[in-house]
Design a protein. Structure first.
Length: 201
């Protein structure tokens, strides 16, 4: 196991400890955050890039953060705070020397598209576009890219990591592993298979 993977795993495990203080130690003023945009299949994707600090001589390892079903990149506030779970994660990563990019999948949050057009295949395509974007950013180390996904974002992360040699580490948080079982009370089997296969209505 290489040093990069060990560092990522350490930071991922440390989030459990960080969460105990319910955001009390959160301080976004110590990192650099900026919204960015890029395109996939003719639609604009909006994301937030977080960097540890200004350092033109160093390219940072980067973690892609993918939200869950019906979510967006600022989702799931930590209890008794207005700080989103993925936002807190991004700042925690930055404090430990990692950059991050969290995105709104097309049809979610501020990205273009409508949620009703969302498919697993479409979100995986957005994840690939995110990889290509971070590879184009000079401040980021294109040889050290990890991905972290929450719930349906975990499904996306696992699929991305299995198909892309660019992803060196994959971290799954409560990942969807069996869509027909997970969503059986929401969608019909036909709808689920159409989404799984990326078939348009």
């Amino acid at each position: 196991m290489n040093k990069f993977m060990l560092m990522i795993l350490f930071v991922a495990l440390a989030f459990t400890v960080f969460a105990i203080d319910q955001g009390k130690s959160y301080d976004e003023t110590t990192v650099i955050q900026k919204d960015v945009t890029f395109e996939n299949l003719g639609q604009e994707i909006v994301g937030t890039l977080v960097l540890p600090e200004e350092n033109p001589e160093k390219a940072f390892p980067v973690v892609l953060l993918f939200h869950g079903f019906t979510g967006q990149r600022h989702e799931m506030n930590i209890t008794d705070t207005e700080i989103g779970m993925l936002e807190y994660t991004a700042v925690a990563l930055a404090k430990n020397g990692f950059a991050s990019l969290r995105i709104d999948f097309r049809g979610s949050g501020e990205s273009e598209g409508i949620w009703e057009d969302t498919t697993f295949d479409g979100q995986i395509s957005d994840a690939f576009a995110a990889v290509e974007f971070v590879k184009s950013v000079p401040e980021l180390d294109s040889e050290k890219i990890a991905a972290l996904g929450l719930s349906q974002g975990g499904l996306v992360t696992a699929s991305l990591a299995g198909r892309s040699d660019d992803i060196k580490v994959a971290i799954l948080w409560s990942a969807v592993s069996n869509p027909p079982y997970t969503y059986s009370n929401i969608f019909t089997n036909t709808e689920l298979w159409r989404s799984t296969l990326g078939i348009e209505n």
